[in-house]
Unconditional design. Sequence first.
Length: 241
Amino acid sequence: MVDLPSLKRETRYGMPAADHILFNRHYVVGYSYYFRQAKWALEIVDPNKEDITTVDRMNNFRSDYRIPKMFRADKQDYGGSGHDRGHLVASADLRDSKIQNSETFLLSNMSPQKPQFNRGIWKYLESEVRKLDSQSGVLETYVISGPIFNFDQSISTIGINYHNNVTLPVPHEYFKSILVETSTGRLKMWSFIIPNEATDDSIEKFQVKASIIEKKAGILLWERLVGPEIDKEKNKINAIW
């Protein structure tokens, strides 16, 4: 039996469960009907490294009509909310072609982020991941990002959409887990959980073990990788590249 997700490069090392799996041309989203937003988004950073083309940012935010209307976020939900439409797969990660960049502006790839967070430490971490990917010894960089809700805390919402009455809960935190395959065949991981708020702290402060993300986000990371070395990698914190 053919495992169809295996045909997507970015799912080579695993793909968590979700209510609705959205296969895009250059990344995959696991969508949550309950939270009206992605549970996770999985990508290979700059999948066409040999292509030196860099297109302009498209900025064509739009609804993802593959998602049923009752569970779908639309642009109206963010209007006047005081929250950014925060990318999970960064626009700057996929800029080799217009269609590649355009796909990152589907609202299924967005989550309500505080502006100071989205334009601050989250943007900085995204740029640092691209620097990691550009290192000469790195073959491919896999990244999975998503929201975290802490159910012992109150949850605020945004969105007054008169077409489908959708409201979006605002995540308390966001995670990002990075898996790098080096030219020597080694696999290394770095993982982060960052509160959805302004901070002047360095990204090092927010490093966590990958296993902590699994518990807090309710997903399995890189589950196709097995063995004692992988277990060790999931339960340690590597120095920042």
